[in-house]
Write a protein that binds this ligand. Structure first.
Ligand SMILES: NC(=O)c1ccc[n+]([C@@H]2O[C@H](COP(=O)([O-])OP(=O)(O)OC[C@H]3O[C@@H](n4cnc5c(N)ncnc54)[C@H](O)[C@@H]3O)[C@@H](O)[C@H]2O)c1
Length: 306
């Protein structure tokens, strides 16, 4: 099939391009290269803003069967500082991608949401039908994208699956994204620089390996999971302090972080329940955190080598 991947040069998008090409699909990538720099061999790149209306015309000519929409302004902090910039890419951009799918007669859009939409949930791990409580412009923009995708299914019969990602980590990740702490710890520990844990180290996140995440996208791009929002995470919480120990072990570095006051707006705990994703897509996370961290540190070590 012909797949269009927005955010194709980004951390997750570039791995998804690799996976779709390996599965024998043809891939068009859309990316303005504002943060992503991973243009994979074999992808046809449309270098453009995802909110550019000419995307609709271009898609109508090439008619991708599926659009995986990952392009986004990905930083919660940037979204708080500049909510209009966030909304232009994440809200207007998503409306534009859905319009492109309608014009192209695409079968489905796989929309990328974030566990940030759950805010401070009532219980962990959060099920996919939990109340959405966005606590930042970024989270609000993702909720908006989810609602737009549902609306396009009802109005124009473009099917969707929303994948609500936990904290994704792995090779090619950058410090800006939601699992940026792994990248920050890794780079500092490999360079022998000090590391910092904010708060008392008990804040938790659900870390899911990037190749497991693209497996969920590849499955959702098929016939299953239509009309659903599905969690893509492990369901397990890892504290910041535990994470530091695991990255230090993978890097062969001392496990001795500094502690700094908690940062305003950081959510105390997160993990998402992937059980329904297993039922809908036959998906489950396969890569354990120590194994994934070993691969991530090996990649960072190679990149840092002279
Ligand atoms: N990394 C995580 O832990 C995580 C967690 C939850 C959700 N997500 C979501 O997954 C998706 C991919 O995130 P990522 O971690 O790979 O981040 P990333 O920054 O590596 O990838 C985003 C890509 O989108 C591109 N882009 C940004 N603005 C654009 C625009 N206006 N027009 C065209 N391209 C644009 C960037 O150049 C980049 O290549 C995003 O939608 C993000 O919100 C990521």
């Amino acid at each position: 099939m012909l797949a269009l991947v927005t955010g194709a040069a980004g951390f997750i998008g570039s791995h998804l391009v690799d996976r779709l090409l390996a599965d024998g699909h043809e891939v068009i990538g859309v990316d303005d290269l504002s943060s992503g720099a991973n243009v994979q061999p074999g992808v046809e790149l449309w270098e453009m803003d995802v909110a550019d209306p000419s995307l609709v015309e271009k898609a109508a000519v090439r008619r991708p069967e599926v659009i995986c929409h990952l392009a986004a302004q990905v930083s919660v902090r940037v979204s708080v500082a500049d909510p209009l910039r966030d909304a232009r890419t994440n809200v207007v951009g998503t409306a534009n991608v859905l319009e492109a799918a309608r014009a192209a007669g695409s079968r489905k859009v796989v929309f990328t949401s974030s566990c940030a939409v759950y805010g401070v949930p009532d219980a962990l791990p959060v099920p996919p039908d939990a109340e959405l409580r966005p606590a930042s412009p970024y989270a609000a923009s993702k909720v908006s994208g989810e609602v737009y995708a549902e609306m396009y299914r009802a109005l124009h019969r473009v099917d969707f699956t929303t994948l609500t990602l936990a904290n994704v980590y792995g090779p090619r990740q950058t410090p800006e994204g939601e699992a940026g702490v792994i990248s920050i710890f890794t780079d500092a520990l490999l360079a022998g620089r000090p590391t910092r844990v904010y708060g008392d180290g008990t804040q938790t996140r659900d870390y899911v390996y990037v190749l497991d995440v693209v497996d969920a996208f590849a499955r959702a791009a098929g016939e299953r999971g239509g009309g659903l929002r599905l969690n893509v995470g492990t369901g397990a919480e890892t504290t910041d302090r535990e994470l530091h120990s695991l990255v230090a072990a993978a890097a062969g570095a001392p496990d001795d972080p500094e502690f700094a006051p908690p940062r305003l707006g950081d959510l105390p705990a997160m993990a998402v329940d992937p059980a329904a994703t297993g039922d809908a897509l036959g998906w489950e996370p396969r890569v354990a955190l120590p194994e994934g961290l070993a691969a991530t540190v090996a990649w960072a070590r190679d990149r840092a080598a002279p």
